[in-house]
Design a protein around this ligand. Structure first.
Ligand code: ADP
Ligand code: MG
Length: 702
């Protein structure tokens, strides 16, 4: 047993099975000690007491199945994988492994019985379990009782669920209760007035954590599943407090660094506004004022600008950029996709050409010579505005008086990327940051995860927009839909046809888009049809997109690469195939590509039968509302913040345990506790950051 002193430093290599390679993987997730393993909390639980018939499995559902291996083959596609067909008398399902060993392959022979645990998703040839956990069994083997409720962990490539369970179980053996104190004192503990038993103070967290990792059979399942067990809530409170503290400290550190002060240049702003065909909405003016106040003082702006799809964030960014550029400071705009970066290049070039401002683009796929030349233009300061993708943050990029970074559609980028750009100035001055997103930030998140940022909202759409009408119909009516596309184009309007993407197989979806484009070209030979997807070269994408925005292409077949930011106001009809595969926020972003002009716009959600219950719900919500705020709230509820904000894939979920909706009642207490702890007991503040936000601890240096 370890004592208090070395508990935090108890090395990972003390855990059986953790060698240097695994230790590296864990460290990348912020886990660098046995103690950290205890705080690697389950994403969810699986009830493994019931074996399901294969025929009863639904897309998206989690399942325990038993069956006989019928075939097992290595398939060489774009990605080599092992496919294994399982049959149980009611149906067949495919298991798909991208990483597998020779031993694994030779064990899965025809006739062998196995028990699998996994989540079903729809693949090319029907339902699949991707990387299921499995055991070889003989038919009739009883289910193990220890698997009553099995924790499923967020993970990273090469660390299986079984390994997580083993490591965590070993960590519990190495540590004892005294090593895991609650870091929230009585003074700041959360009290729930409606639940007296909740208010017993929790002194140590060891048994709480144990219970969450290995729930005993007598636990109240409903409470645990909903995350409402009092012990879960106590932990969630501590986590929220820690999150807020880490961001407060980050902000304190950042704000004391000096930054360039930009005094307001009225002339350039007036000149620019005069050349626009519209005037700013009041909401845009208000937000612009907030930004201009921020940059007028020699401390870095750290502001988040939220505004629904189409609310006009770009122009606000442009005016802010002008303030810097007119005072010889460079500005960078980082976009999540090349297509959006290209489009920003066009928009900003048009806006800024009359003012003689050079705009440059930097994306990763440029030919070497061109890239070198762009880098020079950027380093020399000739380019005043630099637009690009994540290529902008690479070490090879030298800036010249970088004054502000603007990050468009923030939820695609993490805090790490912001930091990388922040230190790109060699005179030691800090860079102003403006982060833009269409996803509304719930108060729980704003007060915790974004507590380092000030918050502005554009809460009004430009005048003259007509809401997009959304219709759902099944794939059976494809021919009708195609006819409708034809009519719209003949009336001079433009159309998007979106082929959706399953995460694991972007390539397949590019193929699907290609096939769809061919199909539509054959059926609608008179139309000019374009195709854009992620596998095209930058130049090709650029050409297609500019033909579409110029009106030469009438129908654009695309994957979700056009999801964010794309602005072609004459496009008034969008078809989304298989919308049931996408989350609400993503659908809303996509749909936001139409309804940008004054023509009435329509969005057709063409789903594939049979729809799962969740799929049905999502489509119903999309039909019922155009309000991005409502949709985002529902999306967060249905899919969780990690999914919605795009941080889940990286293994770094926004929260481990806290839940934005469920725990919103705690938020006032969280604010009070975190502000109090920061002010009164900085050492406890540090301990909280290390416990809950170890990755943040790396860069705030506490
Ligand atoms: P988003 O907030 O989604 O990034 P954009 O900045 O792309 O929205 O703006 C959407 C469209 O609205 C663009 O065509 C833009 O030129 C136009 N727009 C922006 N502000 C106004 C305004 N005040 N009045 C009219 N149109 C505007
Ligand atoms: Mg935008």
């Amino acid at each position: 047993m370890a004592n208090n002193q070395n508990a935090n430093t108890l090395s990972l290599t003390k855990i059986p099975g953790v060698g240097p390679a695994i230790a590296d993987k864990l460290t990348a997730l912020g886990i660098s000690s046995a103690m950290d393993l205890l705080f690697h909390l389950p994403l969810k639980y699986q009830d493994r007491t019931q074996v399901q018939a294969i025929a009863a499995i639904q897309n998206g559902g989690s399942a325990v199945i038993e069956g006989e291996v019928r075939a097992c083959d290595v398939v060489f596609g774009k990605r080599r994988s092992l496919l294994c067909k399982i049959q149980d008398g009611t149906g067949t399902i495919t298991l798909r492994f991208f990483h597998f060993s020779a031993a694994q392959k030779s064990n899965l022979v025809s006739g062998q019985w196995i028990r699998c645990y996994g989540e079903a998703s729809l693949g090319r040839g029907g339902l699949e379990l991707i990387h299921p956990e499995y055991k070889l069994i003989t038919p009739g083997d009883p289910l193990p009782t220890a698997d009553y409720l099995t924790a499923i962990y967020p993970t990273t490539e090469g660390v299986s669920q079984t390994r997580w369970r083993n490591y965590i179980s070993a960590a519990f053996k190495l540590l004892d209760a005294s090593t895991v104190p609650s870091l929230i004192s009585d003074k700041y503990a959360y009290r729930d007035n409606s639940n007296d038993s909740f208010n017993k103070t929790v002194n140590n967290l060891y048994s709480t954590l144990y219970l969450l990792h290995f729930p005993p059979p007598d636990i109240d399942l409903d409470l645990i599943f909903q995350g409402l067990h009092p012990l879960q809530r106590h932990l969630a409170f501590e986590e929220l407090v820690a999150q807020r503290i880490s961001h407060l400290v980050l902000r304190q550190h950042a704000k004391v660094e000096p930054a360039i002060a930009i005094s307001h240049n009225k002339n350039i702003e007036a000149k620019f506004l005069k050349q626009l065909p519209f005037s700013l909405t009041n909401a845009q003016k208000k937000v612009l004022q907030e930004i201009e106040n921020d940059i007028a003082i020699p401390s870095p702006m750290m502001r988040l600008l939220q505004g629904d799809v189409g609310s006009g964030k770009t122009i606000v960014a442009a005016i802010a950029a002008l303030q810097f550029i007119s005072q010889n400071q460079q500005v960078v705009i980082m976009a999540p996709t090349e297509i959006l970066a290209e489009q920003h290049l066009q928009t900003f070039s048009e806006w800024f050409a009359p003012l003689n401002i050079t705009v440059s683009l930097l994306v990763s796929k440029l030919p070497a010579a061109e890239k070198r030349q762009r880098l020079e233009v950027i380093a020399s300061g000739e380019a005043k505005l630099v637009i690009g993708t994540h290529a902008l943050i690479q070490d090879t990029v030298q800036y010249n008086n970088l004054g502000m970074i603007i990050i468009d559609e923030q939820h695609r980028f993490g805090v790490d990327q912001r930091r990388a750009l922040k230190n790109k100035r060699d005179d030691g001055l800090s860079v102003h940051q403006l982060v833009m997103t269409a996803t509304p930030i719930p108060r729980t998140l704003a007060m915790t995860f974004y507590a380092d940022l000030d918050y502005s909202v554009i809460d009004e759409l430009p005048p003259g927009r007509t809401p997009v009408e959304t219709v759902a119909l099944s794939n059976d009516r494809r021919m009708e839909v195609i006819e409708r596309v034809n009519n719209a184009c003949r009336e001079g309007r433009q159309v998007y046809w979106i082929c959706t993407l399953i995460e694991e197989s972007e390539d397949l979806q590019c193929q699907a888009a290609e096939t769809t484009a061919e199909e539509l070209s054959a059926l609608l030979p008179d139309l000019h049809i374009g195709l854009v997807h992620g596998r095209l070269k930058s130049k090709q994408k650029q050409t297609v997109m500019s033909h579409f925005s110029g009106g030469d292409i009438q129908l654009l077949v695309a994957t979700t690469v056009v999801e964010v930011g794309v602005n072609v106001p004459n496009a008034s009809l969008m078809i989304i195939e298989n919308p049931e595969r996408l989350g609400l926020s993503q659908l809303h972003q996509l749909r936001g590509r139409v309804g940008r002009g004054s023509i009435k716009s329509h969005c057709l959600l063409m789903y594939q039968k049979p729809l799962s219950l969740k799929g049905k719900q999502r489509i119903e919500i999309m039909r019922a509302t155009n309000d991005g705020f409502k949709l985002a709230q529902q999306d967060l509820q249905m899919r969780g913040p990690g999914q919605v904000l795009g941080t889940r894939q990286s293994g770094a979920a926004v929260f481990r345990l806290a839940d934005l909706d469920r725990d919103s009642d705690m938020i006032d207490a969280v604010v009070q506790a975190s502000d109090g702890i920061c002010a009164e007991t900085p050492n406890i503040a540090n301990a909280l950051i290390h416990r809950w936000c170890p990755l943040a601890a790396n860069y705030i240096d506490v």
